[in-house]
Design a protein around this ligand. Structure first.
Ligand code: ZN
Length: 234
């Protein structure tokens, strides 16, 4: 019997080869339709999740907007539900501005703004006697390798689940520089934020951790190993 060679180099009989395009066409169409339906349903699920998360941010008095996925020049960068933050309102009505307008994954944006709402804002007013009015955070999302080391694992910034904090601005125009608190009380403020941050994030790094974090606090929500409760708090 004569055998034909299939597209994958496999041998198959001529009758099957002759029928294959006819069999294949409906099969391919069905597969395409199925995969399109699956994509539509996963996109719908993702957008419903994003809408719920965005509504949650708005309820929490966070000024934010849904944005398009930012550029991802490295293969491992992706942001699930990108939102861009502008400010948030504290419980006492004071506004904390985020002038760097960081782009974050929505769930992480909710965690970060809760951290500012529940800890950074009230603590600033209580310890330093002046409301916190702005935070210098950098861009949040950034598609790069960890610590900018070539070939290293992708940074949590490349997934939109990390943010940095380098300065805290108060209503009386004081700027608390994370790397150089100007007084003992500012030092207590920064140290307390750093310790407390581990209640919200899985990773907290800062001055003294390593050279890459000498001038800012880094917060992220990466999973470390199998246990979601494992934290790196340095
Ligand atoms: Zn960072």
């Amino acid at each position: 019997m004569r055998l034909g060679v299939g597209s994958q180099g496999r041998l198959r009989p001529p009758l099957l080869r002759a029928l294959a395009p006819r069999l294949r066409t409906p099969l391919v169409v069905a597969l395409v339709l199925l995969s399109q339906a699956a994509m539509r349903s996963s996109t719908r699920a993702a957008s419903t999740e994003t809408e719920a998360c965005f509504a949650h941010l708005r309820e929490g008095q966070v000024e934010a907007q849904v944005v398009a996925a930012p550029p991802a020049p490295l293969a491992d960068c992706a942001i699930a539900a990108p939102v861009q933050l502008a400010s948030l309102r504290l419980a006492n009505g004071e506004i904390v501005k985020l002038p760097d307008h960081p782009i974050l994954d929505c769930a992480f944006a909710a965690t970060f703004t809760e951290f500012v709402h529940d800890l950074v804002g009230p603590l600033g007013a209580a310890i330093l006697g002046s409301p916190v009015v702005a935070l210098a955070t950098g861009p949040g999302y950034e598609c790069r390798s960890r610590d900018r080391v070539v070939g290293a694992k992708p940074s949590a910034h490349g997934k939109g689940i990390a943010i940095d904090l380098s300065e805290i601005v108060l209503a009386d125009r004081r700027r608390i520089v994370i790397a150089h608190p100007a007084s003992a009380v500012e030092e207590v403020f920064v140290r307390t934020i750093r310790r407390g941050a581990c209640g919200w994030f899985t990773t907290v790094l800062g001055p003294g951790s390593d050279a890459a974090h000498a001038d800012h606090l880094h917060f992220d929500s990466l999973s470390h190993g199998a246990n979601d409760n494992y934290r790196i708090c340095e």
